[in-house]
Design a protein around this ligand. Sequence first.
Ligand code: MRU
Length: 334
Amino acid sequence: MDDRTIDWVEGHILTIDQTALPDVVPLRLETVDDVVDAIRRLAVRGAPLIGAAGALGVALAARRSAGTGYQPEAVRADAERIASARPTAVNLRWAVNRVLPHVAAGPDAVLRAALEIVEEDARANEALSRRGAALLRDLVGDMPMALHTHCNAGALATVAWGTALGVVRALHEDGLVRLVLADETRPLLQGARITAVELARLGVNHRVVVDGAAAGLIARGEVDAVVVGADRVAANCDVANKVGTYPLALAAARAGVPFVVAAPESTIDRDTPDGRSIEIEQRDGAEVLELGGRRTAPEDTAALNPAFDVTPADLVTAIVTESRVIWPRKGERA
Ligand code: MRU
C-alpha cells in the first residue's frame, strides 16, 4: 500500500484487509454489504478510516442505485445501515451524515462529497500530527523521548498519516523518538499486528509489550508520555478509545507523565455530553476465549468483551486536533 490506506478506484473502494496484517492483502469493496461486513469484522478499522469508508460506501450505494433507476430513498436506507455498522467511533456517522445531503443530487455529487472527506482526513491528520509533536516537545522537553501507545492510531487507522502515530512520525522526523512501547492490544492485537508494522516501516525503535505490563512500565519511569488516538471525544472531554486506554491514563496520572490524545475534529462529538452517554461496542466473546482459532478457556466459560473504554477528562493532559489544543484539566470543553 502506498501512502493512502483507502481510495476510490474505478467505481469501487480499494483498501487492505486489516485482519490479515502483518500480511498485506488487498481488499476490494463493491457493495454496501461488503462495506458493512468489512467494518464489522475490523477488516477496515480505526475511527477516521471507518468514517472515510462509510462515506465512500454511500457513494457505492448511490452508484449502484443509479444502475437500476436512481432511488434516493434506497440510498438513504443503505447509508443508515453503514452508519450503524459500529456504534462507538463517531467518525462513521459523522461522515455518512456529511454526504447524506448530496444524495438527492445523484451519485456524482455523493462521490464528490465522500472524496472531500477522504482528502480532508489526510490533511487534518498531518496537521494534528505536527501540532502534537510541538506539544510533546513543550510538555516533555526537546530531547529524544520514550512514548507509550495503545491499539493502532497510525496511517492504517486513517486515510493517511495517522493520529497518535502521526505525532510519533513527526517527532521521529526531527530525531526526537528514542523508543515507542506499543501495547499488543488484546484481544485483536492491533498493536502487535498493525502498530508494529507501521513503526518498523517508519524506522522507529519500538517494543511490543503485553497490555498488562503497561502500568508497571509507566510507574517505573520507562516512558516520558503516553499518546493515543480516540474513537469519540465527548463535549466534556471524556475520551472513548480502545479498551485498555483508561488504565494507561491512570498510570500516567500517578506517575506524573503527560497523557495526550491525538484526534481530528471529526472525532469530537459535542452532542454527546459525557463518557457515560457513549455507546460502547460489545463484541463476540470468541475474540477473548480463542487464540488462533483454538479455545483457551473452558467450553462453558463466557466472556465480557467491551471493545472500548472511557478515560475521564480529568486524566487527560491535552487533546490535540488539526486546529487546536484542548486542556481538559483546565476545565476546557471540546
Ligand atoms: O476497534 P478498532 O481497531 O477500530 O479501534 C481503534 C482504536 O481504538 C483507535 O485507537 C482509534 O480508532 C483511533 S484511530 C486514529
